[in-house]
Design a protein around this ligand. Structure first.
Ligand code: HEM
Length: 397
């Protein structure tokens, strides 16, 4: 589909992506989008910008369908559970939910702790690093492998497959696209599932495919693919944003070094301010009116979580990290039935990274002359690189 064939709904303002200053400043970027109107057309999609409308749409899957939004992507494997609407979706969530509770995930904590210590030890001794490729990318892939009981040595090939599969999901058609990496990932996951069926372990995958409400092979593959698509780049992005915020705000950094108990609150603020999946796809199933604009059935909308989180009215300083001991409401992990299944895992990873980084590298700064930015438009908002500099302490030297 191209912009030319998506008709303009009367009364809807149109914005060029180029006119939205999102690259270096999401505060300004989202303000421009929100101030343009409650529904704004950019590219092929209608963006729903205001908090009240975004939250309402998240809670009404019968009117804002995820299934229709994912069907158009034409994935040969239905992504479980994100590409289903209730009641099918409800059934999957009931099965999956217990495996992602903080209690269940706690069993992996010692291993994840050790892995982040090892990654940071190497970087701390160098006095400088590019934090996206150094920590933010490798760590979530290691976590995925640990969760599935797979060897951490498979990390680098998982990262290559992941990039290829995401590029595939983003390409409008498969013409000329090399499908080899996606097939390799499919084979890898398929073989893992077969091996776990024969010889189940303690890992989450083994638990999901055995027992009373076991997932069949197709659902297990769909879920595994979704983990790769939803659970790696999102955490990578959040690690990048968290370290960026700390690098440019010495006062904030020192307050967390002095009082690490506040790190979970900081992590939550990072996800509020810089949600890595800030625009969620939905398709309307019937005529619906938003802010005075009537959208016909089958309209492709994007729900702007990034805008909702920064709208006035919930937080005293909506565009800045605010640690005031109060949990600020946000929709960085979505809302309604599709609310992120991996939010506890994501929080655990982010807390581990920030805690261990600050313990070893309490003082650091952005490499001079660098201005981290995100590509825009993009499905995932993420810094492309984050060069950091810091003194090497005697312990690390
Ligand atoms: C900071 C990191 C993360 C953020 C900000 C995030 C954000 C989101 C959001 C906004 C949604 C809702 C999508 C929608 O409604 O269409 C979602 C769904 C989902 N996320 Fe996450 N996510 C993160 C990490 C993870 C991780 C680590 C996993 C892996 C376990 C994961 C697994 C999922 C799954 C399976 C869904 C689909 C849930 C459903 O459809 O019921 N996410 N995530």
């Amino acid at each position: 589909m191209t912009a030319d064939v998506v008709p303009l709904i009367p009364g809807v303002p149109v914005l060029d992506f180029d006119s939205v200053p999102m690259g270096v400043d999401r505060g300004r970027g989202w303000a421009v989008v929100r101030e343009a109107g409650p529904v704004v057309k950019m590219g092929d999609f209608y963006y729903v910008t205001r908090r009240e409308d975004v939250v309402d749409a998240l809670r009404r899957p019968e009117l804002f369908s995820s299934k229709k939004a994912f069907d158009i992507l034409g994935s040969p494997i239905p992504l479980v559970p994100i590409s289903f609407d209730p009641p099918d979706h409800t059934r999957y969530r009931k099965i999956l939910q217990p495996f992602f509770s903080p209690r269940t995930l706690g069993a992996m904590l010692p291993s994840l702790q050790q892995q982040i210590e090892d990654l940071i030890d190497d970087l701390a001794a160098a006095g400088e690093c590019e934090a996206v490729s150094g920590i933010a990318e490798p760590y979530p892939s290691q976590v995925f492998l640990t969760l599935f009981g797979l060897p951490v040595a498979d990390r680098d090939r998982l990262m290559v497959w992941k990039d290829a599969v995401i590029a595939l999901a983003d390409s409008p058609n498969l013409e000329g696209v090399d499908l080899t990496p996606a097939l390799e990932l499919f084979t890898y996951l398929n073989e893992t599932i077969a091996a776990r069926r024969k010889d189940p372990g303690e890992d989450i995958l083994s638990q999901l495919i055995t027992g009373e409400e076991a997932l069949n092979d197709q659902d297990a593959i769909g879920l595994s693919f979704l983990f790769v698509l939803a659970g790696l780049d999102t955490v990578t992005a959040s690690i990048g944003f968290a370290l960026h915020e700390l690098a440019r705000d010495p006062e904030l950094r020192r307050s967390l070094v002095a009082d690490p108990e506040r790190i979970p609150e900081f992590v939550e603020e990072v996800v509020r301010l810089e949600p890595p999946a800030p625009v969620l796809p939905r398709v309307t199933t019937a005529e619906v009116t938003i802010g005075g604009v009537t959208l016909p059935p089958d309209t492709f909308v994007r729900l702007c979580l990034g805008s909702a989180n920064r709208e006035e009215g919930l937080v005293a300083t909506p565009d800045d990290v605010l640690l005031d001991g109060v949990a600020h409401r946000h929709w960085g992990f979505g809302g309604g039935p599709h609310r992120c299944l991996g939010s506890h895992l994501a929080r655990m990873e982010l807390k581990l990274v920030v805690t261990e980084w600050l313990r070893r590298v309490p003082e650091f700064e952005l490499a001079p002359g660098t201005e981290p930015r995100i590509p825009f438009p993009a499905n995932t908002f993420s810094l492309q690189s984050l060069p950091l500099r810091y003194p090497v302490t005697a312990e690390e030297a």
